[in-house]
Design a protein around this ligand. Structure first.
Ligand SMILES: Nc1ncnc2c1ncn2[C@@H]1O[C@H](COP(=O)(O)OP(=O)(O)O)[C@@H](O)[C@H]1O
Ligand SMILES: [Mg+2]
Length: 245
């Protein structure tokens, strides 16, 4: 395969949502968190889901990440050409493992593991599951170098700055790609919400660079307009669970 082919982003849509809704029911109370969402995200795009608190951003991210399922009425949610709302629990688990990397506001690293082991633990299961011959140590080191942490492999989270911890989390999410390919969603919930402006800017630059180099599809949810404008190739505004035009 030629180099240009290898680097090509797959054509087509990563996500197609048609009339997707999500209702939470607790006791007598129903909250319709998402209402009839219609949208498309192309492969390789950087989508920002923008909206105030309570508008349904996290719910949408959880749907796309296979953490929750949409309402069963009408509608279809297709990711990389597969209808994920039809997945059973086992398929959802595989989907989360093989197609999704999550980045959260509070990094979610294991405090007792160094940077390298935090990345390795994210891909070790995948390697076993896929009976892959790839070298997890080599891949983990490679991705930590890609996020600029080649000199911090053996540091523990408590020895890293907030920005560095978020870089480890990004490396951990992306290190799945050599195993599973580029049909991959990087889903980020307020990924820089816990960082100062300068560090936040650097993380966004890094994510844009990785998006281009790795050819994957990235989604960030945020209420921050600046982040939306800097990061996105496409913006989806949510208010009260409805997409604003
Ligand atoms: N597990 C849940 N059970 C019931 N209601 C929920 C649950 N999660 C979120 N909600 C409600 O759904 C709406 C959207 O929440 P969320 O997706 O967290 O919004 P955002 O991330 O934009 O702040 C809110 O009204 C929230 O209270
Ligand atoms: Mg939220």
């Amino acid at each position: 395969m030629s180099k240009s082919k290898k680097n090509a982003i797959p054509i087509g849509n990563a996500i197609e949502s048609e009339k997707i809704s999500k209702t939470y029911i607790s006791g007598e109370i129903e909250v319709q968190a998402l209402k009839n969402l219609n949208f498309v995200v192309k492969n390789g795009e950087r989508l920002v889901i923008l909206g105030p608190s309570g508008s349904g951003k996290t719910t949408l991210l959880n749907l796309l990440g296979g953490i929750t399922s949409p309402d069963e009425k009408e509608g279809s949610l297709s990711i990389f050409g597969d209808l994920i709302q039809n997945y059973n629990q086992k398929q959802l688990t595989n989907y989360r493992r093989e197609r999704v990397g999550f980045i959260f506001q509070f990094f979610n690293l294991f405090p007792s593991l160094n940077a390298l082991d935090n990345v390795i633990i994210g891909i070790d299961l995948l390697k076993k599951k896929l009976k892959s011959n790839l070298d997890t140590l080599e891949i983990a080191t490679d991705y930590l170098e890609k996020v600029g942490l080649g000199e911090r492999l053996f540091h523990y989270p408590s020895q890293l700055s907030g920005g560095e911890q978020q870089r480890v989390a990004i490396a951990r999410a992306l290190a799945k790609i050599p195993f599973v390919g580029r049909n991959f969603l990087l889903l980020c919930d307020e990924p820089t919400g816990n960082l100062d402006t300068e560090t936040s800017d650097k993380i966004l630059d890094l994510m844009i660079e990785l998006n281009k180099n790795e050819g994957i599809t990235c989604l960030i949810v945020t209420h921050n307009l600046y982040i939306a404008e800097k990061f996105s190739t496409k913006i989806l505004k949510l208010k009260d669970g409805i997409i604003q035009q």
